[in-house]
Design a protein around this ligand. Structure first.
Ligand code: GLN
Length: 497
């Protein structure tokens, strides 16, 4: 029997806690959706039905015995395949790690499980989290559940698609330059990138270590808040985590902010955006005004240099991080003919193990870090990084949150951005959040209709570092106000459907 519809994971969690719904039924529903839809969508690389059902039954037993249930008891969660799990594989959708099994769990995964979450499976992604479309997976692309001829966004492609197709109640992604927020926008779900240092990166396979953050994707802002609370907080295994206690966002997320000031950067409303995207931002502005917020124009002239700055820093760090895949310690190892030397082993292993986009990033990064070019590219990018951070700090002196589009367009067709530069430009509104180390969230804000199909549009809110409380409260206000615009269109699939 199908599970009765629930507004979001929080509502379902309450139903499980009260005994109205069993955790077993929640879990069975997720795997029913996987069987029905994942052949066409390909969100998962690997699923763990037996393990998940066992854990769900344990939740039901605990409830029957009157034991207190943790905050995510029995909630099904999909995990991006660049987060280490001690069960199954951790492949980063790369041949390089195709058979890799981690001996430990990432802190984020360990904490979610401790909070009662049930891991459904590991999701497909752009290889090593490099991409914006979900097309660069070693085992084939992921499709958008709203229109399977279109991409779900990336790099947390499977995490967004699995959630939008009802194969889990929430999912976990990583965001180096937009990889949580952009696929969330394309798939009509909420995606939250926390402040750098808010959630431990222990067990997150490194891409750009000064940019990477783990974060939740969810059916509602309050669901995302709940997951953020469960994952955040100090971790002795990651020295870059801020010395702050776990957040308690879920406790205050329903409280509107009095006198909220919403800044709208003029540069975010470019003519290059699809008109429906700019219309969605305008509607969000109106909604904030109607709630009594002050909406003010902001000037962020450095918006456009974000892409060139990011595409120096991220590949530079990637080239260094990915140097560890040498065929010696772990991962793929090429076969050598008698007499071939160590250098050949390295070169062949890396040529075979990495896909074309990863190779491109390694070559770009290595070039930009090489002597003679370091000052011209890498050092200059770091200087611009500082300027971007300062520009955002100035903006946050006069407003609490910034509002704009998450992406210039809704989900595009497979192959539409085959030119790498065109693909990189999709990240124009998301990369500066990572460059500045601040927090941002994408939430559904309406639809574009293409070829008779509804395609979700996301708007993004950003807040300064460690202002997640303000961010999610403002986002929840907007989510409530926009509810009629984001109701599930006839015939479309939406999160949890
Ligand atoms: N699309 C960006 C890139 O390709 C961001 C990826 C990410 O956030 N992991 O690098």
């Amino acid at each position: 029997m199908a599970l009765p519809a629930h507004e979001d994971m929080t509502a379902l969690r309450d139903a499980v806690a009260s005994g109205a719904v069993s955790a077993e039924a929640v879990c069975a529903e997720a795997f029913r959706a996987v069987r029905a839809r994942d052949g066409a969508i390909h969100a998962f690389h690997e699923t763990f039905e037996e393990r998940a059902m066992e854990r769900a039954r344990a939740v039901d037993r605990d409830r029957a015995a009157g034991r207190p249930l943790p905050p995510l008891a029995g909630m099904t969660v999909a995990v991006k395949d660049n987060l280490a799990t001690s069960f199954g594989h951790t492949t980063c959708s790369s041949r390089m790690l195709g058979t890799y099994r981690s001996p430990f769990d990432a802190t984020a995964v360990e904490r979610l499980e401790r909070a009662g979450a049930v891991v459904v499976g590991k999701t497909n992604m752009d290889e090593f989290a490099m991409g914006s479309s979900g097309e660069h997976c070693r085992w084939g692309p992921v499709a958008n559940p709203w229109d399977t001829s279109r991409v779900p966004g990336g790099s947390s492609a499977g995490s967004a698609a699995a959630l939008a197709a009802g194969m889990c109640q929430a999912s976990i992604g990583s965001d180096t330059g937009g990889s949580i927020r952009q696929p969330a926008a394309f798939c009509g779900v909420v995606g939250l990138k926390p402040t750098y240092g808010r959630i431990s990166r222990w067990g997150l396979v490194a891409f750009g270590s000064s940019l990477d953050q783990v974060g939740p994707m969810a059916r509602s802002v309050r669901d995302a808040a709940l997951l953020h609370d469960a994952m955040s907080g100090v971790d002795p295994r990651d020295s870059t985590v801020a010395d702050r206690p776990p957040t308690q966002l879920a406790a205050s997320v329903e409280r509107p902010i009095e006198g909220l000031r919403v800044g709208v950067p003029r540069q975010y409303l470019s003519d290059a955006n699809d008109p429906e995207v700019n219309a969605a931002v305008a509607a969000a502005e109106d909604a904030f005004r109607a709630m009594g917020a002050t909406v003010l124009p902001v000037d962020l002239p450095l918006t456009d240099v974000g892409i060139s700055t990011y595409y120096v820093i991220a590949p530079a760090e990637a080239s260094s991080n990915l140097a560890r895949y040498d065929g010696i310690r772990y991962g793929h190892r090429a076969t050598l003919a008698p007499g071939e030397d160590l250098a050949t082993l390295y070169a062949r292993t890396r040529a075979e193990g990495f896909g074309p986009e990863v190779q491109r990033r390694i070559m770009l990064g290595t070039y930009m870090l090489s002597s003679g070019y370091y000052d011209a590219y890498y050092k200059r990018a770091l200087q611009v990084r500082r300027l971007i951070k300062e520009e955002l700090d100035r903006a946050f002196a006069s407003c609490d949150v910034l509002l704009g589009p998450t992406t210039p367009t809704p989900a595009f067709r497979f192959g539409a951005n085959a030119d790498p530069l065109a693909m990189y430009l999709c990240d124009v509104y998301t990369v500066n959040t990572n460059i500045a180390g601040i927090c941002g969230v994408s939430l559904p804000a309406g639809y574009a209709v293409r070829d008779g199909r509804h395609l979700p549009i996301g708007v993004q809110l950003q807040a300064n570092a460690f202002e997640e409380d303000r961010l999610v409260r403002a986002a929840r206000m907007l989510e409530r106000a926009l509810a009629p615009r984001t109701a599930r269109p006839e015939g479309a699939v939406t999160a949890g459907a």
